[in-house]
Design a protein around this ligand. Structure first.
Ligand code: PMT
Length: 220
């Protein structure tokens, strides 16, 4: 019943990977399937929220009742997210690339007979989540994910503080049965003066549980 708190609210959710082009045929990407973010979008729409889903390249159908905006790169995702504001709640579930090639080659990079290695220079992408969290006008709650392979709590609490978030959902990646690609996931949510463990379950079920927590944090 507490999740009725989301009824009519505008939720902006990012999901999936970003692809950072190297040349017309190659890119830097990651293993995100979009399943976690899409599950959140579907569950939120089911609770009567007005959901805008900014999605990187994924192989998933658009959840019913959700407005979906497709993007490819981190730069495009940033623009789409900022253009979709204002929102009541932002949930950054996308695995945004932290780096992008300094230049996109106009033509396919060719290997040459004398080059046994190739160096591609990468530059930092803007942090979309931190930028959204810095826009204080309308947002009631800014939620980030933290995908970590180790020291999960330390890094997750670091992101909560550094990016000035209301809530961080930490999930361990690089393990089987959770994180990227899997239909299942486990997580621990951290906020300033609390935390909650969510044991492994389907991403669908986890999404419902996370939205219940988000509704409670909204009222806190
Ligand atoms: O898509 P699935 O296969 O279902 O997998 C789900 C998931 C593991 C991708 C998801 O649950 C998850 O953890 N998403 C965040 C992945 C990530 O990029 O984590 P991070 O720790 O690198 O980033 C922290 C936060 O900053 C995230 O909310 C991310 O969206 C945001 N970020 C990061 C970099 C950047 N340039 N801009 C951002 O907004």
């Amino acid at each position: 019943p507490e999740t009725h708190a989301l009824q009519g609210l505008r939720l902006l959710i990012s999901a999936g990977p970003t692809y950072e082009d190297i040349d017309p045929v190659r890119y830097v990407g990651n293993r995100s399937s979009g399943k976690m973010g899409y599950a959140l979008a579907a569950a939120a729409a089911g609770l009567g929220a007005q959901v805008v889903l900014v999605s990187g390249p994924v192989q998933l159908p658009t959840p019913s009742g959700v407005q979906r905006i497709d993007v490819r790169s981190a730069a495009q995702m940033r623009e789409a997210v900022l253009n979709a504001l204002p929102a009541d709640i932002y949930i950054g579930a996308a695995a945004v690339s932290d780096y992008t090639p300094r230049q996109v080659a106009a033509q396919k990079l060719k290997k040459t007979a004398d080059s046994q290695s190739l160096v591609i220079e990468l530059v930092r992408t803007p942090d979309i989540l931190a930028e959204v969290a810095a826009q204080t006008q309308s947002l009631k709650l800014v939620v980030g994910f933290a995908a970590e392979t180790h020291d999960v709590e330390k890094y997750a609490r670091g992101k909560l503080v550094d990016k000035r978030l209301d809530l961080v959902i930490a999930n361990q990646v690089g393990i089987s049965g959770g994180g990227f690609e899997s239909d299942n996931n486990a997580a621990t949510a951290f906020w300033q003066d609390g935390e909650q463990v969510f044991p492994a379950t389907s991403k669908r079920e986890l999404a419902e549980q996370l939205l219940a927590l988000i509704a409670r944090r909204l009222q806190a």
